[in-house]
Design a protein around this ligand. Structure first.
Ligand code: ADP
Length: 247
């Protein structure tokens, strides 16, 4: 088994005109791990996610996937390799059931060989059901997706990504707008998703509420990773407190 990271962003530099948004940032994401990307507003977290997915082209550094340099691959080819991200607003079919939304995700993975799935709906549904269980939505399987709460829609989107063949999931502030209790609930599900073998990188600036769920944390400031380690170590690092307090 490969023990190295599934994904490595190495020394990434990104400039917007005269502004250096990323100044040599390096992060690694391992399969089966929930990795946190923290840091104050403007520290470069979203830009780094955008460079990893290929939405933005880096001005320096490399993106490695299973040790292969994918820096020049277009976004759709990175997606085909299993590098997925979520968007602020989940993209769901509101009138289809919760289960069917997940089945659609599984079909997407099989698109090149869709014919293979005819007559095997049961198998697809089982796959979808298992993904719904991971995010604790299985009891809602027959409801139209449009009836879900905002938080549940985010979970549904994650279940769909699981069956779509995501090997790396990049989530930009999935807990935005959720109160601390709901955010912790979401992180618990994210931990389950990572444990199922996905390499999970989650942007969250509220380190305190994520600390018990993530396996590893990076803390960014001014385009660089300035502290990394266990989430607890990072959270308790005096430099982190100083930066958050604007010191
Ligand atoms: P974070 O996600 O940590 O809040 P961002 O990656 O969004 O930080 O932003 C990093 C820096 O880059 C900020 O100073 C931001 O204003 C700037 N920035 C981000 N995107 C753009 C863009 N498209 N054009 C110009 N500046 C940008």
């Amino acid at each position: 088994m490969r023990s190295g990271p599934l994904l490595r962003a190495e020394g990434v530099v990104k400039k917007f005109g005269g502004l250096t948004a990323l100044d040599g940032a390096t992060v690694e994401v391992k399969a089966g791990f929930f990795t946190l990307l923290a840091g104050p507003n403007g520290s470069g977290k979203t830009t780094l996610i955008n460079v990893i997915t290929g939405l933005l082209t880096a001005d320096g550094g490399r993106i490695l996937y299973e040790g292969r340099d994918i820096t020049k691959l277009p976004p759709h080819e990175r997606r085909r390799l299993g590098i997925f991200r979520t968007f602020q607003t989940p993209r769901l079919a509101q009138r289809l059931t919760v289960l069917d939304n997940v089945v659609v995700g599984a079909l997407e993975r099989e698109r090149p060989a869709l014919g293979r799935w005819y007559g095997r709906e049961r198998e697809l549904e089982d796959l979808a059901f298992r993904a719904l269980k991971l995010v604790n939505l299985d009891h809602m399987w027959d409801r139209p997706a449009g009836e879900l709460s905002g938080g549940q829609m985010k979970l549904l989107e994650l279940a769909r990504l699981i069956v779509s063949g995501a090997r790396v999931m990049l989530l930009d502030e999935p807990a935005a707008g959720l109160n601390p209790a709901l955010a912790k609930e979401l992180f618990k599900h994210l931990k389950n998703i990572a444990s199922s073998g996905v390499a999970l990188l989650v942007v969250e600036h509220r380190l305190d509420i994520a600390v018990d769920y993530a396996d590893y944390a990076y803390f960014m400031h001014e385009g660089k990773v300035v502290v990394e380690g266990s989430p607890r170590e990072v959270f308790e690092n005096p430099l982190v407190a100083q930066i958050y307090l604007g010191g």
